[in-house]
Design a protein around this ligand. Structure first.
Ligand SMILES: C[S@@+](CC[C@H](N)C(=O)[O-])C[C@H]1O[C@@H](n2cnc3c(N)ncnc32)[C@H](O)[C@@H]1O
Length: 288
């Protein structure tokens, strides 16, 4: 008679694969936590309940679905894409390879925007990706009026889906940088644009470079600040006097970006804020 698979035996079998894989491809080897979270997701439970219920038998369909997702983990695909969901600012967002996986560091950009933006502020969030920033802003502060855009039609479809399923009112439009907001004026520009240098792949984990969209990651070759420059140029006409600028930036771009703003004729009151790890992350300024 065929042995029944249980939570315990599936996890033990997966562990044997991980041990073998860890020896040959350690940088693409998923963690045990990734595996238990995947199994918990397939069985519609959480990790703790899963581990407490380790004699639970699996239906054939459950085992087949787990195997398919486990195979994806073994290729180095990030857990969030394998599960199709990730948490950002206390909410579950749908995610897939149309958009960057929202990062915990980006929550600081949201917190800082919420702290600085005046009541009823109008906000433009280009480069919205999954929509995580724009959606979190309006769900945290119903007084804010948020418009978001992306040059990627696919990312925008995901952002619209997230806004609908989380019940957030965000005005979405497709286009490059300020193009979708031409002729309008805002109280704030909040953005996490692409800022990784394409000539420095060593700055990225192998799985990020392989699975997340290049359009979401990379600045123009040889111009690490190209995204910020385009957004700041547009902000001269698109932000009212005294309007806020809040950017997330990379470890190697923050100081240069702050310097550009300090020397600018159009912006002042430049601040650089560090994340929990003490890494400079957020650059804030005001439109003069
Ligand atoms: C770093 S991701 C940020 C995604 C999301 N806001 C977040 O924080 O997780 C950058 C986004 O910028 C978009 N993008 C790239 N070039 C753009 C352009 N010229 N205009 C508007 N969006 C652009 C990409 O499609 C991607 O969704």
């Amino acid at each position: 008679m065929e042995a029944r698979w249980t939570v315990r035996s599936v996890l033990e079998a997966s562990e044997r694969v991980l041990v073998a894989r860890g020896g040959v491809a350690p940088d693409l080897c998923p963690t045990r936590t990734d595996v238990t979270r995947t199994l918990a997701h397939v069985l519609g439970t959480d990790r703790l309940r899963l581990l407490m219920d380790s004699d639970r038998p699996l239906l054939d369909a459950e085992r087949t679905e787990f195997r398919a997702r486990f195979e994806r983990l073994l290729t180095g695909e990030p857990l969030a894409y394998v599960l199709g969901t990730c948490e950002f600012y206390g909410r579950q967002f749908s995610i897939d390879n149309r958009a960057l996986i929202p990062r915990p560091e980006t929550e600081l950009l949201v917190t800082e925007a919420l702290r600085r933006l005046p009541q009823n502020a109008t906000v433009f969030e280009p480069c919205t990706g999954s929509g995580c920033i724009a959606i979190s802003l309006v769900l945290e502060r119903a007084d804010l009026v948020v418009s978001a855009s992306d040059v990627s039609k696919d990312a925008l479809a995901l952002a619209r889906h997230n806004a609908k399923s989380l019940g957030a009112r965000v005005g979405f439009a497709e286009g490059s940088w300020w193009e979708p907001a031409a002729g309008r004026t805002f109280d704030a520009l909040v953005a996490n644009p692409p800022y990784v240098r394409p000539d420095a792949p060593e700055l990225l984990d192998a799985s990020v470079a392989r699975f997340e969209p290049g359009l979401a990651l990379f600045s123009e070759p040889g111009r690490p600040l190209s995204s910020y420059e385009a957004l700041l140029r547009g902000g001269v006409a698109g932000l009212r006097s005294g309007g806020h600028v809040l950017f997330e930036a990379g470890i190697d771009t923050t100081q240069d970006l702050a310097r550009i703003l300090e020397r600018s004729a159009s912006y002042d009151q430049v601040d650089v804020l560090e994340d929990e790890a003490g890494i400079p992350r957020i650059v804030a300024a005001r439109r003069k």
